[in-house]
Design a protein around this ligand. Structure first.
Ligand SMILES: [Fe+2]
Ligand SMILES: [Fe+2]
Length: 332
């Protein structure tokens, strides 16, 4: 059976590349891997900027498509609510809170989600970003070898309305942060959270379609009435980093996402190799999922399909970053 190892990239719509570039490169410390102005290969892709970690590894990639004429988008059913990037631990997360706040970026949190800790802020277009700690992990409140099997009700004190918001607001790193050092460096996609009104079909798409497993069945801790499910690449006891997709269940809502700036154009999962894209096509086809044409972007190949709630998904082949942005060149 085909299984994706996890995320490949997420594609955001930007109203202005200059400020996206400054924010992701200077404020978040990501590596600018490709820039349409400098790299001819991007001429054959829809992407204008591509950021990632120093190695350009899959699951670290954030692509930007500029659309100066697009209206402002909004999250809702069939859209992405937020992107979470990985931060090492609570200490580094507090340094991020201080760094961002000192750069004029308002931050909420840190919130104790149980299985990780989270702070939130927005990029210049309004994309909601989260920095989530690596641990404690999804086995925080259920056995590592039985994740997602039962519904988990979070502890009361973690829910909105019960937690101590004033203390949370006041919590930050005591000293100014001089620069983003190695300890602070963000380590790829922690999870991506969407909103769906078709939870059961979404579940089938991620499990039968992409080979992911349900690893957490719980509620949104900011809205205790809303079911919140997590899927990831999960091999018995271990959840692969950079593979966790989560959805809020809005089955009773009519509030749909509006495409545009500040919204996600699509999310992309990885194929293992260049060769298996056609196997993915056959596999998804066999499940009755309509798959669009294979696109050769020069930087990688991808195919596209639409989830039952309208969210655009892709499967993409491995990405080889330009040599000049590799870690060796950094050392020299
Ligand atoms: Fe999140
Ligand atoms: Fe893409």
């Amino acid at each position: 059976m085909l299984q994706t190892p996890g995320f490949h990239h997420i594609a955001f719509v930007s109203a202005g590349l200059q400020r996206s570039r400054i924010f992701y490169e200077d404020v978040l410390g990501l590596r600018l891997l490709l820039d349409r102005d400098r790299d001819e290969r991007l001429q054959r892709s829809p992407y204008d900027l591509l950021f990632g970690d120093a190695e350009g590894s899959p699951g670290s990639l954030i692509a930007f498509i500029e659309d100066r004429d697009a209206r402002k988008g909004h999250w809702g059913i069939g859209g992405i609510h937020h992107l979470a990037l990985t931060v090492r631990d609570r200490d580094q997360q507090l340094r991020w809170k201080r760094w961002l706040t000192d750069h004029g970026v308002p931050v909420t949190g840190p919130y104790d989600r149980g299985y990780f800790h989270s702070i939130y802020f927005s990029d210049p277009d309004g994309h909601i970003l989260e920095l989530a700690t690596q641990g404690p992990g999804y086995d925080f409140d259920e056995p590592a070898d039985a994740l997602g099997e039962q519904f988990i009700q979070p502890d009361e004190e973690r829910l909105r309305g019960e937690r101590d918001e004033a203390t949370i607001r006041a919590l930050t790193h005591p000293d100014p942060v001089e620069a983003i050092d190695d300890e602070m460096r963000l380590d790829g996609i922690h999870h991506i959270t969407g909103i769906t009104d078709r939870l059961d079909e979404t579940h089938r798409m991620y499990t039968d379609g992409l080979g992911l497993s349900l690893v957490k069945k719980t509620v949104n801790q900011d809205d205790g009435e809303t079911r919140h499910d997590f899927w990831a690449r999960y091999e018995g006891t271990r959840v692969e980093p950079r593979s966790s997709i989560t959805h809020f269940d809005w089955r009773t809502s009519q509030y749909r996402a509006r495409p545009g700036t500040g919204q996600t154009r699509h999310i992309a999962f990885r194929s293992d190799s260049d060769d298996d894209l056609e196997r993915w096509r056959d596999h998804l086809d066999g499940l009755g999922i309509e798959v669009g044409a294979t696109r050769d972007h020069a930087i990688f190949r991808s195919l596209e399909f639409v989830a039952p709630d309208g969210l655009i998904h892709q499967i993409a082949t491995p990405f080889t970053p330009p040599a000049s942005t590799g870690p060796e060149s950094e050392a020299s």
